[in-house]
Ligand binder design. Structure first.
Ligand code: G6P
Length: 489
């Protein structure tokens, strides 16, 4: 493939993540239609001033034939994306299995799967083997496209084995790894059978980043306790080699949300929503339909609120947008039925012929519809049981300059550390506390809402995704330079 010309002063950044920021649909034997997902992360990385970013990852589709693979590779190249092709069996064992049934729940304090211990142990081994194999496939693609001087930034729990594979190819490669989930307490983490191998592999990176200082500290503790290495204020040291470990809290592209509220379609949509829910306060939840988001807990707390605050019953509505995700993993299927059951029961209990208290949607909304919804919301409810950061809370705040609604936020989301002063913080497991907080939010004085909103809005505006990406990448460059200086001394 022809390499595009680039200004000589721009360094290349290879962003490696399990999923490419595109959705690919096959239209024919050799034709694909691609849609780029315009999230905050994508615009942050494409907007980097000093770097030219390329993405390497899985396109989310199975392409068994060479004709299809070639055509997709070509189409993706125009979007600066490079595919890693994973077959169905690997996806099943690596993505559904090891990533989403083992690492994801464990990192969110839900423990390892327990149904059948023997079966789990057996499948555990084959899933871990598939995980390593998949990581090696990512490494092969990175290596094929790597040019001297490139910076390689690996993302998330899917790719913990990647830093080691990359350094084995080329020890001079600048490798960073960032975890988007929590890193759990070392007491939880140590139950993972493959704990040492994964830690060692991550430590092969030059810089390891987390959303919060706590996650970074847990990681360092895991390395000192399990591997017996030395933790320093800078990171983790192993026989004179330092892996720098630090916190880099992510943000959103807040201007994109603020600007959206001036788009005529969005304004029209807001007007319709206001008419639709006139006379009622709007409460909103937006989550991927994932057990870590605490959706059942949130809905049960809302039920408790309706029980305890009878005068609010016909004056409030909860809109819950639950975006289906990882639908091949049984735990996620169970959650869907559980949520439907609870919503049905509560609507049966408190609904009337003309209105129901909960509108639950199992689907995503387009960006403009979502912005309109955020803007007309009185109270947003984020009740994650654990969450790396939770950017829904940031998006809500960005859209609330006019209304100054209240954010109820789980203390177990990374965002609690940045938006805690403006939000009402709750323990999502305490249904009564959440119900009381809903009452407090709905009754809050305009002055108090203004004060809280100011704090959060300022934070969301000044801590952007772009700044996050710039800080991480420049720190990675500095780390490598410092290491070279140490060696040459
Ligand atoms: C979390 C993870 C991401 C992941 C996203 C969507 O935010 O940290 O790495 O891409 O969920 O999940 P999915 O499995 O659909 O990629």
């Amino acid at each position: 493939e022809r390499q595009e010309a680039r200004p000589y002063n721009k360094q290349r950044l290879l962003v490696v993540a399990n999923r490419l920021p595109v959705s690919a649909v096959r239209r024919g034997e050799d034709s694909w239609s691609l849609e780029i997902s315009a999230g905050g992360l994508v615009s942050a990385l494409l907007g980097l001033k000093e770097f030219e970013a390329r993405w390497i990852g899985w396109a989310g589709v199975n392409v068994p034939d060479e004709v299809g693979q070639k055509a997709l590779t070509k189409a993706l190249a125009e979007k600066r994306c490079i595919p890693v092709f994973l077959d169905e069996e690997i996806v099943h064992q690596y993505y559904n299995g090891y990533c989403n049934n083992i690492l994801w729940p464990l990192f969110h304090y839900l423990g390892l799967p327990q149904e059948d211990r023997l079966a789990t142990t057996r499948s555990f081994q084959s899933q871990f083997a598939a995980y390593k194999k998949a990581n090696q496939m990512f490494a092969d693609v990175v290596n094929e496209h790597y040019e001297e001087g490139d910076v390689v930034w690996c993302h998330d729990y899917h790719l913990m084995f990647l830093p080691k594979c990359l350094k084995e190819y080329n020890s001079k490669m600048k490798v960073g790894w960032f975890l988007h989930t929590p890193f759990p307490s070392s007491e939880i983490h140590r139950t993972l059978p493959s704990r040492s191998e994964l830690l060692r592999s991550v430590l092969a990176a030059d810089l390891v980043g987390f959303h919060t200082y706590d996650y970074a500290r847990h990681f360092v503790s895991a390395c000192t306790r399990i591997l017996g290495l030395e933790g320093t204020p800078e990171g983790v040291e192993d026989q004179g080699r330092l892996t720098r470990v630090a916190a880099f809290p992510i943000g959103i592209d807040s201007e994109r949300f603020i600007r959206a509220l001036e788009v005529p379609d969005v304004i029209q949509h807001m007007k319709e929503l206001k008419e639709r829910f006139a006379g009622r306060k709007v409460m909103l939840g937006v989550d991927r339909l994932d057990m870590i988001k605490g959706i059942p807990q949130k809905i049960l707390a809302f039920e408790k609120f309706l029980e305890e605050y009878a005068n609010w019953r016909d004056k409030v509505v909860l809109l819950q947008i639950a975006v289906p995700t990882r639908t091949d993993v049984p735990e996620y299927q169970k959650l869907t039925s559980q949520v439907h059951e609870i919503v049905g029961r509560i609507n049966g209990r408190f609904g009337t012929l003309t209105a129901v208290p909960i509108h639950h949607l199992d689907r995503s909304l387009d960006f403009y519809a979502l912005c309109a919804l955020y803007a007309v919301t009185d109270v947003a409810l984020v009740t994650s049981l654990r969450d790396g950061m939770n950017l829904v809370s940031y998006e809500f705040v960005a859209c609330q300059e006019a209304k100054k609604g209240v954010l109820i936020l789980s203390e177990f989301a990374g965002a609690a550390q940045s938006l805690g002063a403006g939000a009402i913080l709750v323990n999502p497991w305490n249904i009564t506390e959440v119900a009381t907080s809903i009452g407090q939010a709905l009754n809050m004085s305009p002055e108090e809402r203004e004060k809280r909103h100011r704090h959060n809005f300022h934070h969301v505006k000044t801590h952007t995704a772009q700044e996050w990406a710039e800080t991480f990448v420049s720190e990675l460059n500095d780390t490598v330079i410092e290491a070279q200086l140490r060696i040459s001394k």
